[in-house]
Design a protein around this ligand. Structure first.
Ligand SMILES: C[S@@+](CC[C@H](N)C(=O)[O-])C[C@H]1O[C@@H](n2cnc3c(N)ncnc32)[C@H](O)[C@@H]1O
Length: 276
């Protein structure tokens, strides 16, 4: 049975897709993409390396902008998302741009059952694991999708930043650092973070807080070895209103405001099977 929080989240994501497709800002630069631009953010663009010829599973692919960007770089990409509207939009964008990729509608936790074969890379970026109740089970799913020697690339908002809110021009810690699977944080938002400002009908969504040690520890316990863990001073969206967007599309805190790292990225490789 689907977790009721996940069912509620799917409803809001289904609604957000159409609004995001009308993004006039820099979060989803769809027209630039249609005109041939590579729209990966500078962090992953600098870290992902040559993906040409690699088989990639892109988890939580939304409407496929990043999946299709990876495909344009020569990868054989399968995008997966639980939102029917996201998958429909991703297939439409692939057809319109003539880029080959496969899109599958499924929950992340069903990915092993729904995707065939093993992958060289599992690619997960920006606004993903916060929607997942059990980070250790997610790590097991990632491991199950990878071939031995294959790797996970993950880029996300920093868990420490996610605990904070803006108050009187400063960042203050307002949220707990860990949430149990059955007790996520509930948020009510009138609008989504991108698009044309259309009000949301489904305003309630649920997010989970995962600590860095649960994320990395989960991956290590699932059979992956950490290759790098980087922390960054930028994020693709403004976590708080005072963050300012740079020419590289990334948002940063004003220089005189003290804060934690805003995002992190990691690469972790699946350990080869050692014959007994
Ligand atoms: C912020 S978007 C990710 C955007 C991503 N950076 C990209 O490539 O465009 C989050 C996505 O996660 C999906 N999602 C949330 N929970 C999910 C789940 N349990 N299984 C599959 N997809 C999920 C949503 O439908 C949404 O498309």
């Amino acid at each position: 049975m689907t977790n009721p929080f996940t069912a509620a989240n799917r409803k809001t994501w289904d609604e957000r897709v159409d609004i995001h497709l009308r993004d006039t800002g820099e979060i989803y630069p769809i027209d630039a993409f249609r005109n041939g631009a590579d729209i990966l953010m500078p962090i992953e663009a600098g870290e992902i390396g040559d993906v040409s010829g690699l088989r990639i599973a892109h988890l939580q692919c939304h409407f496929g902008l990043d999946s299709l960007s990876l495909a344009r770089r020569g990868a054989d990409v399968t995008g997966l998302d639980f939102s029917a509207s996201a998958i429909e939009a991703a297939r439409a964008l692939a057809a319109e741009t003539g880029i080959e990729a496969t899109f599958v509608e499924a929950d992340v936790y069903e990915a092993r059952a729904r995707l065939s074969g093993e992958f060289d890379v599992v690619y997960v970026t920006w606004g993903t694991i916060i929607w997942l109740p059990d980070i250790r089970r997610w790590a097991e799913v990632v491991a199950s999708l990878l071939k031995p020697g294959g790797r996970l690339y993950l880029a996300e908002s920093h868990p420490f930043l996610r605990q904070t809110e803006q108050a009187d021009g400063k960042l203050v810690v307002d949220w707990t650092w860990r949430t149990p699977a059955d007790a996520p944080l509930a948020f009510d938002e009138a609008e989504t973070y991108a698009g044309d400002g259309t009000p949301l009908e489904t305003q309630r969504s649920y997010e989970w807080m995962h600590s860095l040690s649960d994320i990395v520890g989960g991956l290590v316990d699932a059979g992956l070895t950490l290759e790098f863990l980087h922390e960054h001073d930028s994020l693709p969206w403004p976590h708080v209103p005072m963050m300012q967007q740079g020419e590289d599309r990334m948002f940063r805190l004003p220089e005189d405001v003290a804060g934690p790292p805003l995002s992190f990225s990691l690469s972790a490789r699946k350990r080869p099977r050692i014959p007994l």
